[in-house]
Design a protein around this ligand. Structure first.
Ligand SMILES: [Zn+2]
Length: 51
């Protein structure tokens, strides 16, 4: 079953990957790890979500 193997490997990859999302708390713009301030509105409050 190649399709289930692919699905399983995809799931394993998703679960093992530590996805980090940076988002402006003020306007919701997605930022990068290097952004100290929001590039859109300049707010210094950037929240970090880990999945
Ligand atoms: Zn912002």
């Amino acid at each position: 079953m190649s399709s289930s193997d692919t699905l399983r490997s995809r799931l394993t990859q998703l679960l093992s990957t530590d996805t980090v999302v940076y988002e402006c708390r003020h306007c919701g713009t997605t930022c990068t790890a290097t952004d100290a301030d929001c590039p859109a509105c300049g707010a210094a409050e950037i929240v970090t979500y880990r999945f």
